[in-house]
Design a protein around this ligand. Structure first.
Ligand code: HEC
Ligand code: HEC
Ligand code: HEC
Length: 437
């Protein structure tokens, strides 16, 4: 052993021991179990409020396995550290949270500590939920106590050492958890503050829309700069938004309520369940969220500038006549091949005409994003329309178009519909999608 190694050992061992001792000293106690409250005795107004708030928090989305009972948990959440399964949050006294008091529930939502005192993984976005008020958390608790109890066990997490040591999350919390409610911003009006409260808190929009650091924490200095979710590219919600037309409040309201806006297109993938829950919310709350998000956008275009962006996009739309040829014809063989695939498979719906037809592809974030994955998911899986625009579904093409043709198609679409640089690693992304399909 070199002197250097000995010195390192002499310092490192006590340091590690000290850290573990400190975390041990900071550990949290158990909160005593209670008898599950009688659902009939819970105030119905509070339950209604709690149901809406649970919708904004998309609790059901994460706490329901495919084909499983609502809130019974068991959904696998892949993370860079392994797979974490959501828990059973129905009021089942043994396997759910039926024996949790409101206090234990609030502690979990604020600090990520379960009733026994164990740390919860931040795959559960308590770093956002911590912003919620006591009143709102109590309403969600009241609502959850009225859902059907389900006696269901969830699978064990599949995490490697050291990520399976929950105590280490004390360190994560120390570094990254900023507990407590959002301060009211006096410079802004009531509506903006309400929107900030929902977006930053129960809505946990930044959990997907902000980038994360190596320890999986949302980067606070890059709020809404775009992120990743379930192999989808999550677009930024700040001034770097990728759509050619900057979002304004009304467009955001359309998108968040209905999942579709005529200047931006449709919500797909992991965003669909989010908008499907917002569809049930009060107009005031959705407007408030849009007001807050609008304040993150780059300035709106003038009416004339917006008009010319729309006109330019419409010029790029295809026509449905059989002999139609776009005015900008590519020369490269790959682009020509992609153009033929587009003609055969896509142009029957993606064409000019307005009305019930899809929005011009040139206007969408999916085509203008720096990452082709969302378009690849859409081609393979199609689109299941959000609840607000049920007629806007798209069929799946994963089985009917070959990977080579999909690569050519994507290359052509990017070239034709945008003025952005070609996507890179298109073939890798397509074969990756195929292997998981
Ligand atoms: C992004 C996915 C996700 C969302 C959204 C989500 N949860 Fe969870 N939640 C989890 C995961 C994963 C766990 C388990 C974490 C662990 O095992 O450490 C969890 C754990 C919990 C726990 C601890 C339960 C226990 O048995 O230890 C509670 C309580 C909880 N969630 C409530 C909620 C509520 C209420 C909402 C909505 C406001 C919500 N969750 C939304 C993923 C989510
Ligand atoms: C589970 C991850 C996830 C969560 C949580 C989430 N989003 Fe999204 N969001 C996405 C993805 C993925 C897309 C891209 C969808 C697509 O390409 O069709 C998206 C798209 C959007 C867009 C369109 C942006 C653009 O430029 O096209 C808006 C606006 C948006 N989300 C707002 C929100 C708000 C507000 C919340 C919180 C209430 C939220 N999102 C929560 C994943 C998420
Ligand atoms: C049967 C009609 C139909 C066909 C065929 C079709 N689509 Fe779609 N597509 C839709 C609808 C409807 C939407 C939802 C968007 C809308 O209504 O504005 C959509 C949306 C999209 C989007 C997302 C746009 C956005 O709003 O972000 C992409 C990308 C897309 N389609 C690509 C394709 C490609 C590539 C093909 C050919 C392989 C194709 N579509 C074939 C109907 C179709």
């Amino acid at each position: 052993m070199s002197v250097r190694q000995v010195l390192l050992l002499v310092c490192a061992v006590p340091l590690t021991a000290a850290i573990i001792a400190a975390f041990w000293a900071m550990r949290h106690g158990e909160i005593a179990p209670v008898e599950p409250p009688d659902p009939g005795s819970i105030d119905s107004g509070q339950v209604r409020l709690g149901k809406d708030l649970a919708g904004i928090g998309a609790c059901e989305v994460c706490h329901t396995a495919p084909g499983g009972a609502p809130y019974a948990g068991g959904l696998a959440l892949p993370t860079p550290f392994g797979v974490i399964f959501s828990t059973n949050i129905t009021p089942d006294p043994e396997l759910g949270i039926g024996r949790w008091s409101a206090e234990a529930f609030r502690r979990a939502m604020r600090q990520g500590i379960d009733r026994d005192g164990r740390h919860l993984y931040p795959a559960f976005p308590y770093d956002s939920f911590t912003r919620a008020t006591d009143e709102d958390l109590d309403a969600i608790y009241a609502y959850l106590m009225t859902v059907d109890p389900v006696h269901a066990v969830v699978p064990d997490n599949d995490l490697e050492f050291p990520f399976n040591v929950r105590l280490l999350l004390a360190g994560w919390n120390l570094l990254f958890l900023r507990q407590g409610e959002l301060a009211y911003d006096e410079r802004q009006d009531e509506e903006w503050n309400r929107g900030a409260y929902l977006v930053e808190g129960l809505g946990h929009c930044g959990a997907c829309h902000s980038p994360r650091n190596l320890l999986g924490a949302v980067k606070l200095n890059a709020a809404f700069a775009g992120g990743e979710a379930e192999e989808w590219y999550v677009p930024p919600l700040n001034a770097d938004a990728v759509a050619p037309i900057p979002w304004d409040q009304l467009q955001l309201v359309n998108y968040l309520f209905d999942g579709w806006d005529e200047d931006h297109g449709i919500a797909a993938g992991p965003m669909t369940p989010v908008v499907n829950h917002l569809y049930d919310q009060s107009e005031n709350d959705v407007f408030a969220m849009a007001t807050y998000l609008e304040s993150w956008q780059r300035p709106a275009l003038s009416d004339d500038d917006k008009m010319s962006v729309v006109e330019r996009a419409q010029e790029l739309d295809w026509d449905d006549s059989p002999e139609y040829l776009p005015s900008n014809l590519p020369e490269e063989p790959q682009l020509l091949q992609g153009m033929e695939v587009f003609r055969d498979q896509c142009s029957s719906c993606h064409k000019s005409g307005g009305g019930q037809l899809p929005v011009s592809l040139a206007l969408t974030s999916t085509m203008n994003a720096p990452d082709p994955r969302n378009v690849i998911h859409i081609i393979f899986d199609g689109i299941r329309a959000p609840r607000g625009v049920t007629q806007r579904s798209m069929p799946s093409f994963g089985a009917s178009i070959t990977d080579d043709d999909i690569v050519d198609l994507l290359t052509y679409m990017r070239w034709h519909f945008t003025d952005k640089p070609a996507w890179s690693e298109v073939a890798e992304h397509v074969s990756n999608k195929r292997s998981h399909w």
